[in-house]
Design a protein around this ligand. Structure first.
Ligand code: ADP
Length: 310
């Protein structure tokens, strides 16, 4: 009996040794793997930073010659260097449209690169919403009138003042209205601006994670609604990604062609301003983009803000 116990003891001891050795090897492998992961993630960060810097530098360098092309073509078209022959008018217009498109694309890439690098500044001001929306509407009026469309503004009778960056806000709204014009052939584009109190928010599509913490928190909601071609449910998330477009849009050779960057920039800008950009749409029945911006409780309580309607 005793030798048997002795053998079992030795076997157990050897098994334990093997197990310990195995564990030690596993632990060493884990440490090595986590070091490798750390190295890879540092490399990825560096590559992403370099990509953003490269994009920002290239875009910046492209802007100067592009501005010169746009400027000189404009002078050519206006006849500053003599009248154009009838056969020259169309090609000069094509050069102008393409150069403008390229400049817009370069500006958008520059914006995206700055945002990705966290270098897009936000200059917050106190903004009176009503005159601001009226001003944006007058800016896009010619765009709307170029097609058989009309623009209608609906505003709550007493809108609060908000603290936000007017340049970024203008860029989002001009882009949304520009898209509404681009993807609508006839009818009315409605820009609806109102204060949405916490309780109403969810029913209007306010993202749940955006719900204000304070019970009396509120949002300014600016909706751009068009009766245009609409966006299929399967495309509604991807169009907010960079360079994503839907087949139904204007063709590549159309002067109205887009870049596929406007919505990506707009949503990032909205989030930079503490809000978000959401979409409700149905194919063939139009689209409604809603921009949500936070309203500080004391701005909501200001004497200018009396009630919420519209
Ligand atoms: P683009 O410069 O192509 O308009 P955006 O990022 O602004 O780029 O929009 C991405 C895509 O989303 C568009 O190409 C278009 O397919 C779709 N889209 C955007 N706005 C509308 C709209 N109001 N109605 C229908 N489709 C839209």
């Amino acid at each position: 009996m005793e030798p048997f116990l002795y053998i079992v003891g030795i076997l157990m001891f050897a098994g334990l040794g093997l197990l310990l050795n195995h564990e030690r090897r596993q632990a060493r492998k884990l440490v090595e793997r986590s070091k490798e992961l750390e190295r890879l993630s540092a490399e990825l960060l560096r590559a992403s930073r370099m990509k953003n810097e490269f994009l920002a530098n290239v875009s910046h360098e492209l802007r100067t010659p592009l501005n010169a092309i746009v400027g000189f073509v404009d002078l050519l078209r206006e006849g500053v260097y003599g009248d154009l022959a009838p056969r020259q008018v169309k090609p000069v217009e094509r050069i102008e449209a393409s150069a403008n498109h390229l400049r817009h694309l370069v500006d958008q890439i520059l914006d995206l690169a700055k945002m990705a690098a966290g270098r897009l500044d936000v200059h917050t001001e106190i903004l009176d919403v009503r005159p601001f929306i009226l001003d944006v509407a007058s800016e896009v009026e010619s765009l709307v009138n170029e097609k058989d469309l009309s623009l209608s503004l609906t505003m709550g009778s007493a809108l609060p003042r908000i603290r936000t960056d007017p340049t970024h806000l203008r860029q989002i709204l001009v882009n949304l209205i520009g898209n509404a014009v681009k993807y609508t052939n006839a009818g009315t584009i409605v820009v609806r601006t109102r204060t949405v109190l916490r309780a109403e928010g969810l029913t209007l599509g306010l993202p749940e994670d955006l719900m204000p913490d304070e019970p009396d928190g509120a949002w300014l909601c600016v909706q751009v609604a068009d009766p245009g071609i609409g966006i299929a449910a399967s495309d509604q998330e991807r169009i907010f990604e960079e360079f994503e477009q839907v087949e139904a849009g204007p063709r590549a050779d159309s002067p109205n062609r887009g870049t596929g960057l406007g919505l990506a920039i707009s949503r990032r800008l909205a989030r930079l301003l503490g809000g978000d950009l959401t979409l409700v749409s149905e194919m063939g029945r139009g689209s409604t983009f809603s921009l949500w911006l936070p309203i500080h409780a004391h701005d909501l309580a200001s004497p200018q803000y009396a009630s919420n309607s519209g």
